[in-house]
Write a protein that binds this ligand. Sequence first.
Ligand code: ADP
Ligand code: ADP
Length: 222
Amino acid sequence: MLVLKTENLKKYYGKGENLVKALDGVDLEIEQGEFAAVVGTSGSGKSTLLHMMGGLDRATEGRVIVGGKDLFSMKEEALTIFRRRHIGFVFQNYNLVPILNVYENIILPIELDGHHAEKGWVDQIMERLGLSEKKYQMPNQLSGGQQQRVAIARALATKPALVLADEPTGNLDSATSQDVISLMKTTSREFNQTMVMITHNEEIAQTADRIIRIEDGKIVRR
Ligand code: ADP
Ligand code: ADP
């Protein structure tokens, strides 16, 4: 089943002499359960692509379809709700809420959506990410790798169609990076969870099941 599709996706910034074609006609298809890396050098268009795939910013031209839904056909409010329900985000800086403990951070997206967390499911993801012992700890009591595992658990909590990770290991040392990536990979397999991460790090990219390469806003390997 196709989870994500981009069609002739373009994103231009600026105009005239300052025109930057950050994305210049990107066509991609990502299937259910894939763990894919988008790799490219700085300025190649990775962040822009991630923003488009997550409906965080609108395209200049083209479409992004997630779970059969055309993101840019939705109005802002509907898009915000869709995003919260169906797309999980993992950021380089973890973005945990400092005044909430691990468990509260993980269930936050479920509660924001007006639902109660299924205890069994939350316990399962905490267990899978090795967080069961940390349930009541605050983010500032955790290492970077632990904080990123909480962020991954939070991204999985709503059982989203798609998890998007923006340089998830960007702030971690290389051993911790490998741990975090291999956990992403195993959770992706175990839960048949589609994940797309962007990275400039070739070594990290190599650990993905599929490597998509971007150069100057164009896909050169898919
Ligand atoms: P990457 O994530 O691979 O470093 P980006 O998607 O951030 O690449 O950037 C792609 C290109 O678009 C770069 O040339 C960058 O300078 C430019 N760019 C990104 N965002 C903006 C913006 N908001 N305004 C103008 N140019 C931008
Ligand atoms: P990342 O570390 O995720 O690659 P970037 O440094 O590429 O992030 O971009 C951080 C933010 O700055 C993004 O929101 C991006 O759109 C914006 N940005 C990137 N390049 C430019 C630019 N040349 N001009 C204006 N904004 C930019």
